[in-house]
Every structure is written in structure tokens, then in C-alpha cells.
Design a protein around this ligand. Structure first.
Ligand code: NDP
Length: 330
């Protein structure tokens, strides 16, 4: 039996309640399960939805945290040995089974993989689901023709976790990046992480008079959805592409077929949750190599303790966080 600290979220009468508790875990593992001493986790919008809004999770009480990285302390799977550094993101971690906001976690081996070369445990959580999603989005854009001479790439929701990492990865790869943000005060920050230009969110939210706009962007990263997606579809250059994966700005998108049949644009969906394992490992490999951001130790990163987590989970829903926030469980 091991005592460990965890954030526990319970839901009563549609209200969620967060508390830091000392829990006890036995050492019994199911077949193919891995027991992990969690060193770091991270905060994603989805964690805020589980903990602050009481949405998405299929069971309560639950320990949220869709990302975790740490060291194997026991394993019922041949692929993982005691002492291995590992990470796990998404699947149903932190939504149906207990997640990374705890010093110990039991996770199915299928969800776990070894820490990629080029990353520390801490860096892997600065990336976390946000970094994996940005990497998948860029990979998908590359597959339909992203190229250095193609002109600017728009990153929406740019000061958020996935947005900030996308800005920096694309800039590091040598692309011209235009960041769209709702926060004017983040202009200097966005330029410091690689944006060539910063535009106000209102420009992409309120520009809907015509079926197509002047073509401006070869590609776009879209963590926002709603009106932002509508604007991007109308504003891509011929054969341009957008990678959509978020819904902070809404889930409904109204479009005509004109940009598709007149400009041949590509609308790509990104789902990091059940992204196939082999491709996921390849994306993580790139995150330790050419896609590794150079902002992993900068103002784009905030570290919080377990005790500071509840407030931060409310903050991400209220749009008050910037860049990536990691949780130190040690
Ligand atoms: P963050 O909260 O870190 O970033 C979201 C950013 O979007 C904010 O920082 C803000 O940036 C902008 N924003 C916030 N509210 C609004 C609004 N009402 N309208 C327009 N823009 C807004 O979240 P994440 O980066 O963790 O996630 C972003 C989205 O992507 C979420 O919907 C999340 O669920 C989704 N996601 C999906 C994944 C998948 O696999 N499909 C994986 C990862 C994330 P700014 O102030 O600069 O405009």
C-alpha cells in the first residue's frame, strides 16, 4: 500500500468540487497495467472542462489530468521495466480513469510509451497533449503541401497552449507566422515566441460579408472553431489547408462549398486522443527533434503545484492562462 497526494474532483447537483486528498493505492496491477510515479502533468483546456465545468468525464469522483510523465515503479507488461521514464497522454486518462494530477497513476500499457530521445520528463509535459496536437496538425498540413515559399500561416488562439507551441514550432521550421489573439497585451509575447505579425481576434471573428475573402494564408492552425474556422475557410489561398482541433470559439461552422470547389482547399481534422499509436510515437519522436520548441524554458511556461491547481483549472476556462502550464507532483 502506498500513500499519495491527488486532486479529486467530485460533482454534485451539476456543481464540481475540487479537493487535494491523501489517498492510498495498492500495488495490485491488472494484466498489462503499469504503475507510474508521476513527476509532471500539464493543464489543457480539456482538464478545465472536467474539473471546473464538470463536463466530458464519464465518472465522478475522478482525478483529472489527461497528461502524465514519470518513472515506472511496477509493470505487468514486458515492454516496460521498473525505472523506465515514460509518458502517457489522452485516451481516457483523466476522463474515465484517474489521470495525472496525482503522485501515482495506474495506466494501461497501451496508453504508455517511452520518453522520446531529446526530451526530459518536464519538457515532455510542457509539450503534453498541446504539443502532440500541434505536431499532428503540422504533419497533416505537410502531407497536403505546406511549403516554405507558400506564404504566411495563421495560428488562431495563439496565446493558448496549443497555439503558442504551434507558433513556435512553425517559426522554428522557417515559416512566416501570423498569430491571431484576443489579448492585445500578448502581442510582445507572441512576437517573442516567433510570430511575425499579430492580428486581433475580432478580425477573424467578424469578417463574414462575402462567400470568399482575399486569399491570404497558405495554411492555418485552428484550435478555436466556430466563426474563426469559417473565416479561415474563406481566406485560404488556392490549395491551402487548415487543421482544426478545438472548440473554444464554438462547435458550429457554416460554410459554402465555394472555397472547396473554387480554391481546392483542404479542411483537416485533428484528434490527438485516439491518434494511432505508431503515428503517435513518430510525432513524439519529432517533438524531441525538429519540432522541439525553443521556448521550453521561457515566459511561455508556468509551473504550479498540486495546491495551486484548482485556481489554474478555473483560469484556463476563463481564458486567463498564457502558453503552457505544467504541474510539478514532486
Ligand atoms: P488554451 O485555453 O490553452 O488555449 C485556447 C486559446 O484560445 C486561448 O488562450 C485564447 O487565445 C483563445 N480563446 C479562448 N476563448 C476563446 C473564444 N471564446 N473565442 C476565440 N478564442 C478563444 O487551450 P488548449 O490550447 O489546451 O486547447 C485549445 C482547444 O483545442 C480546446 O478546445 C481543446 O479542447 C482543443 N484541443 C483538442 C485536441 C484534439 O485532439 N482534438 C487536443 C488539444 C486541444 P487568445 O487569447 O490568444 O485568442
Amino acid at each position: 500500500m502506498r500513500d499519495y497526494k491527488a486532486l479529486v474532483v467530485d460533482k454534485k447537483d451539476d456543481e464540481t468540487e475540487m479537493s487535494i486528498q491523501t489517498l492510498t493505492m495498492d500495488d495490485d496491477l491488472a494484466k498489462d497495467e503499469v504503475l507510474i510515479d508521476v513527476h509532471y502533468s500539464s493543464i489543457n483546456y480539456k482538464d478545465g472542462m472536467v474539473a471546473a465545468l464538470g463536463q466530458i468525464a464519464t465518472t465522478y469522483p475522478i482525478t483529472p489530468g489527461i497528461d502524465l510523465a514519470g518513472r515506472v515503479v511496477k509493470s505487468e507488461n514486458d515492454h516496460f521495466k521498473v525505472g523506465d521514464d515514460v509518458l502517457a497522454t489522452s485516451y481516457d486518462i483523466g476522463t474515465a480513469i484517474n489521470g495525472g494530477y496525482a503522485a501515482l497513476a495506474k495506466v494501461p500499457a497501451d496508453y504508455v510509451h517511452h520518453l522520446p530521445v531529446g526530451l526530459t520528463l518536464k519538457e515532455s509535459m510542457i509539450l503534453g497533449t498541446a504539443g502532440l496536437t500541434a505536431a499532428i496538425a503540422i504533419t497533416k498540413l505537410e502531407a497536403v503541401g505546406l511549403h516554405k515559399e507558400g506564404g504566411p500561416i495563421l495560428v488562431a488562439g495563439a496565446s493558448g497552449g496549443s497555439g503558442s507551441l504551434s507558433v513556435n514550432m512553425l517559426s522554428k521550421l522557417g515559416f512566416e507566422v501570423v498569430a491571431s489573439s484576443g489579448s492585445k497585451e500578448n502581442t510582445d509575447y507572441l512576437k517573442s515566441i516567433g510570430a511575425n505579425d499579430v492580428i486581433d481576434r475580432s478580425e477573424v471573428e467578424n469578417n463574414h460579408d462575402k462567400p470568399v475573402n482575399k486569399p491570404l494564408y497558405q495554411a492555418a492552425i485552428d484550435p478555436v472553431g466556430g466563426k474563426t474556422t469559417e473565416y479561415i475557410i474563406k481566406t485560404l489561398k488556392p490549395e491551402g489547408a487548415l487543421a482544426t482541433f478545438g472548440l473554444v470559439g464554438g462547435v458550429e461552422v457554416h460554410t459554402s462549398v465555394l472555397p472547396f470547389i473554387g480554391r481546392g482547399i483542404h479542411w483537416l481534422g485533428v484528434d490527438s486522443v485516439y491518434y494511432p499509436k505508431e503515428k503517435r510515437i513518430a510525432a513524439w519522436k519529432r517533438l524531441g527533434e525538429d519540432l522541439k520548441p525553443d521556448i521550453l524554458d521561457s515566459q511561455a511556461v508556468t509551473e504550479v503545484s498540486l495546491n495551486e491547481l484548482p485556481q489554474t483549472l478555473h483560469d484556463i476556462i476563463d481564458g486567463k492562462t498564457k502558453g503552457r502550464t505544467i504541474v510539478n507532483l514532486k
